[in-house]
Design a protein around this ligand. Structure first.
Ligand code: TPP
Length: 558
């Protein structure tokens, strides 16, 4: 015989190896059942939002289904910002929470179903007789719709005897979206003809293409057409021939690379939503560029798209490649100096105010950080530096958790999930001092989970820099935008890390030594980088321009 909680644990254990969260009254029996089941590793975090964020990072870093847990009431409400991010970013995630008893709410209960629905998550409540089946339905829903769901365990139900665990059904997963109908096939034929005739063909891929496993198919299409390629911020590294790749597209992109993309005569976009940042607020393509979008969404997602092909990125890429004709033009990608197009501002050793120049710091870090890295990035002005200066090996090795919902404060718990998904990799955290302080509850979790494998880079400008750049420069009072300079090296040491205050580039010599040590000989390394706030990243300049230009604002809201 086993409890309702054991049935839930058993069904989850069939689909994940890891779960993240904080225990409390509402999930105590569930966590006990999981520990007894044995096959799922629970990693404790210190704030419930961190549990959801860690699970989210686990999924994005290639671990599979994201699973988190929290108790009812305050434990649950603490998860909401993380849940909203998972909903906006379309992360398949199951959040197992305690809930009010079936007899009705107690004084400390809130309407959890309404709260979850408000941020975009459906709730499945387990009953006494259907716990395993309901858990499987919740998992299926999360995976098939790519959304977070809440699995609620009523307080009076979780410890009830529920009999033998039933045999588990297989999950039902949808097949890739095939090309349907003559119209779509005609669009594929037309796309192949356009690419065959193009002088300057260009392929853009986003995270949708990565999730479709389309990397190889896209590489073949790029090779067959001689196309230049690039990706969205979330799709970085998807194209196999990186020597022909222009890196990240949009505000983080290199100026020369973006100029090349504007020369493209035919652009085919795979699995990218073409949001305002990727589209450079409407400037990415020249007005005459033929833009073809391939996506599983029901319709085109940007007005510049001239032809829309609904289908799985890998399926459509192969279909186009199969219909290409004999190309006569010399491959575009052989004609251009890609290295020159990718050049970035080198910056100075130190900025005029004597603090680090984030550009030269980013370049030196790119030289020193291990290439096996997984980078997790919080939000803020600083996120331009890593995005602009550090190459990315594949989309599951670079993630920005929080940007979909535009939240800061998710950095430290992201480390926890990424290191569980890729235990042998070096997990590099990028965070500002503002976001770092917000996420501080899970500094301990990050240092513990990634001990010997983790590096924290705090871009410490003693300010909410993004706000200073947007509102301080407009003349708003800067007092609320400033932060006393915080010693992150010391904070990290207090929970078991090694801390280094980086005031000049040579202070990074310790990173060079750390990298050479055996993981068993090293601690989590926290680099508290004292950067200047005076150097504004080009992507932020773009946002400042958009916020002050009436013509571009209309593009943004169109
Ligand atoms: C939860 C949340 N609170 C506030 C904001 C508004 N906000 C956006 S960026 C930012 C500043 C971040 O500061 P920091 O982490 O130090 O990075 P910096 O901008 O200085 O590089 C703030 C407060 C937000 N996005 N999310």
């Amino acid at each position: 015989m086993s409890t309702v909680s054991a049935h839930v644990a058993h069904a989850l254990a069939a689909h994940t190896d890891h779960i993240f969260g904080v225990m409390g009254n509402g999930n105590a029996y569930f966590l006990d059942a999981l520990e007894r089941a044995g096959s799922v590793t629970f990693t404790a975090v210190r704030h419930e939002m961190g549990g959801v964020v860690a699970a989210d990072a686990y999924y994005r870093a290639g671990g599979g289904l994201a699973v988190a847990t929290a108790t009812y009431g305050a434990g649950f409400t603490n998860t909401l910002t993380g849940l909203a991010e998972a909903a906006q970013a379309r992360i398949p995630l199951v959040l197992v929470v305690g809930d009010e008893p079936t007899s009705g709410p107690r004084p400390w209960d809130v309407n959890q179903i309404a709260l979850a629905a408000a941020v975009g998550a459906r709730t499945y409540t387990v009953g006494r007789t259907d716990a395993a089946a309901t858990t499987l339905i919740a998992i299926e829903h999360a995976l098939n719709f790519r959304v977070p769901v809440v699995l609620a365990l009523p307080y009076d139900v979780s410890a009830l005897e529920a009999g033998e665990v039933p045999a588990l059904q297989e999950l039902r997963r949808p097949a890739p979206v095939e090309l349907h109908g003559d119209v779509m096939h005609a669009h594929v034929t037309a796309a192949a003809a356009a690419l065959t005739a193009a002088k300057k063909p260009y392929l853009l891929a986003g995270v949708g293409a990565w999730l479709a496993g389309a990397g190889e198919a896209l590489g073949e299409l790029a090779a067959a057409t001689g196309a230049l390629t690039s990706s969205t911020a979330l799709g970085r590294g998807i194209f196999p021939d990186q020597q022909y790749d222009l890196g990240v597209t949009g505000g983080f992109g290199a100026e020369g690379a973006m100029e090349l993309i504007r020369e493209a005569d035919v652009a085919v976009v795979f699995g990218a939503g073409l949001n305002q940042f990727t589209m450079r607020f409407g400037e990415l393509f020249a007005p005459g560029t033929t833009v073809i979008q391939v996506d599983t969404a029901p319709a085109a997602t940007h007005p510049h798209v001239g032809s829309f092909i609904r289908g799985d990125a890998a399926v459509v890429a192969r279909a186009i490649t199969a219909q290409l004709g004999e190309r006569t033009a010399e491959p575009w990608r052989e004609q251009v100096d890609i290295a020159a197009a990718m050049e970035r501002e080198p910056g100075d050793a130190l900025a005029a105010d004597g603090r680090l120049d984030p550009r030269s710091l980013a370049i030196r870090l790119a030289e020193l950080l291990p290439t096996d890295r997984v980078v997790v990035t919080d939000g803020g002005h600083f996120l331009g530096w890593g995005n602009m200066y550090w190459p990315v090996a594949s989309p599951d090795r670079h993630m920005m958790i929080g940007t979909a919902y535009q939240s800061i404060g998710m950095g430290f718990p992201s480390v926890v999930g990424a290191t569980r998904a890729k235990p042998d990799a070096t997990v590099v955290l990028n965070s500002g001092d503002g976001g770092g302080l917000m996420a501080l509850a899970d500094l301990e979790s990050a240092v513990r989970a990634a001990a010997g494998h983790g590096i924290g880079v705090i871009w410490n400008d003693a300010a909410y820099g993004a706000e200073v750049n947007l509102y301080g420069l407009k003349g708003l009072a800067t007092g609320p935008m400033l932060i006393p300079e915080v010693n992150f090296a010391g904070l990290a040491e207090a929970v078991g890390a090694e801390g280094v205050i980086v005031r000049k580039l040579s202070d990074l010599d310790r990173l060079a030594e750390w990298v050479k040590l055996d993981p068993s000989e090293r601690k989590y390394l926290m680099l508290d980088c004292r950067i200047s706030g005076t150097i504004i990243a080009p992507y932020q300049e773009e946002i400042i321009r958009v916020n002050t230009s009436p013509t571009i604002v209309s593009e943004k809201t169109r």
